[in-house]
Design a protein around this ligand. Sequence first.
Ligand code: G1P
Length: 297
Amino acid sequence: MKTRVTKAIFPVAGLGTRFLPATKSIPKEIMTLVDRPLIQYAIDEARAAGIKEFIFVTSRGKGALEDYFDIHPMLEQTLRRAGKDGLLEMLKNTNMDSGEIAYIRQHKALGLGHAVWCARRLIGNEPFAVILPDDVIAAEKPVLQQMVEAYEQTGGAMVAAMEVPPDKASSYGVLDIEEDMGDLVKVKGMVEKPAAEEAPSNLAVIGRYILTPKVLANISKVKSGAGGEIQLTDAIAAEINQNRGVYGFRFRGQRFDCGSKAGFLQATVAFGMARDDLRDEFTAYLDEMMSVRRAAQ
Ligand code: G1P
């Protein structure tokens, strides 16, 4: 089996009901964090990790995503004529080379595991990454790159992991820890969205994975799990029963849950403050807001 990770799956078939009415006509992955759609952050992170093939698992109504990665000759021509080289350069990052990107439809909303499985024919016999674009992670070294480096030592399957408050564990896949080695954790079990009292730890799975084709084979065998869906967590957990290593990786970075409104707003503030072109004006505004708020209390 080839060991370099050069393919990534982006499950983007979800309806995004938490962001209605916006998602009535735009895919949630196109929603904008400062000035870039969420999906662009995921693509940039994948590229930094050496990913060369980008596989999108989509559904009806996701056409805006395909357009976003397409070349836009009229726009480029207009910018060129106007001498807007900076903007032209920025657009280059959004264009995909021919054959670099593939779209597969998930015809039925049967869960994350099923979405990943839909891409099985494009994976072949090599490890691959999965990135959930809702989980945006600000990090000095992009998180998938951190994981690819760690994976070179472990092999097996690897999930990004983060400690969450115990009362939040039931919103995540949760790791049952066999051996805690610091950044790396050897896993002896995984539970998708456990009841609070049944969570084996408070180390939660975050939306970055490096998986092997064996996990794809497991998906076709696992029964529907939490929420009646085919869960990726269950297919990864099956690896452990088959005596193959599964690891959690405590990444260095700050994760934002852009699948929730509060998380999206937090990300907007954090990414806005991190931008050289916005920092001064934006932080001055936030300071003012806070002092008005304090004065009113
Ligand atoms: C998915 C996974 C879950 C993981 C989470 C991270 O859940 O099923 O294991 O912890 O992403 O964001 P979702 O949030 O899509 O329900």
